[in-house]
Design a protein around this ligand. Sequence first.
Ligand code: CS2
Length: 496
Amino acid sequence: MKEPIRLNQTNLAHLPSSIARPGYDRSKLEAGIIHIGVGGFHRSHEAYYTDELLEKTGITDWGICGVGLRPADRKIAEVLKRQDYLYTLIVKHPDGRIENRVIGSLIDFMLGCDDPVAVTDRMASPITRIVSLTITEGGYNFNPATGKFDFKNPEVKHDIAHPDKPSMVFGYLTEALRKRRAAGLAPFTIQSCDNIQHNGDMTRKMLLAFAEAQDPSLAEWIAEEVAFPNAMVDRITPVTTAADIQLLEEDFGVKDEWPVTCEPFCQWVIEDKFCDGRPSWEEVGAQFVPDVTPYETMKIRLLNAGHSVLGLLGSIHGHKTIDGCVADPLFATYLRRFMDAEATPVLAPVEGVDIEDYKDSLLERFANPNIKDDLARICLESSSKLPKFLIPTITENLDRGGSTDFATLVIAAWCYYSDKGTDKDGKKLEIVDDMKAELHKAAAGTPRNKLSFLKLKAVFGDLANRKDFTDEYVRMIDALYENPDIARLMQAQLFG
Ligand code: CS2
């Protein structure tokens, strides 16, 4: 085997011809975008769209500078630096075809924990016109019970008292905007790319709460001047594995320390509200619309909820991946029935989208056998996902007298999973959740009080008091605790 070529700018020209690479001159790019949170998803989505745009148009003002705020981001910082901020996007098609492209839109990376002032200075530079974020749900620092900014967080207290040494995202944004206002510059747009509903509105609400506590006059300026477009983002991006790195080396001759794999499908629906210009991402497939609400509701309640349905039921059954679940006809049928009978009836129509086609395409995407999307990734942080993905479907159906049984079994399964931490055969499941201890404690109370799990108000709201829900829930809990063979209960649900 020929020695693989190490990915970096000098070697770009020498890569094997099977690897697409930037045709544009990266040395001419300026970072009009600063992105906080350079994980797999940013690299398969915003950085991908931007790379396509740079390739298509030759514009030079919309490169991306990545930022990591925490010591845990040191590894990605070092890998990217060694590779001149290049990485390979490995797009895996269902038929086994693989398309590799080296993405060139990322041109720098800064670690906030090493030098916060350098980061806020860079954000305050006139070159920066957008600060985008993928900081995960937890990064928004809201209390799930109240939906309000959590001032009890010690990092918040620190950042309010030390504007020049921020540690969390809101401290950085506020300090950078303060510098821009002092310099007489327009503010940058703050563009959330997280998979949460009304992500722009959420960012605005949290940032204003923080800024108000630190500097009320600045908060007023932010409220008036800064744009926070909402967006729906979509591309399934599993965690990069050692096998992906090996595949690139052995089959394609490239040594990339941290590539990203993803599915071919990609969608980005954005509200066209930017306060200092924006890239014309519509030229490479993004959609700009006046209101993203129907798109994000549809995606969250079908795709993400669908993932959670498979993730929780599949974990107890002993499945490992999403494609493994949908290759099992029982799981595929269950998922489709959940979507048809429960999720769809409470969705508003979406202009230009045929909901039946959308569901068909989701099943095809989930079935992609080359995207080994681990159920462990899907079940990660379920406590912040299910209240958005699944519980509204249940409560809206209860209000209209619609079916809730498919979703109810998922909640009962989540209780069992949180209580036992094992699959139906007693094999341990790794649970990663900020609320892991609370979930376990509440679920472990089930044998004495069947509604104990539902009493977690921050997650379930008022569900424990809805008899139209709890009767069926208790029946499922009894059946599951008596015999955790989840397939049997799914079958009973489907076929009576
Ligand atoms: C998944 C998402 O984390 C999850 O539960 O449903 O990460 C999903 O893969 C993405 O939202 C796809 O766009």
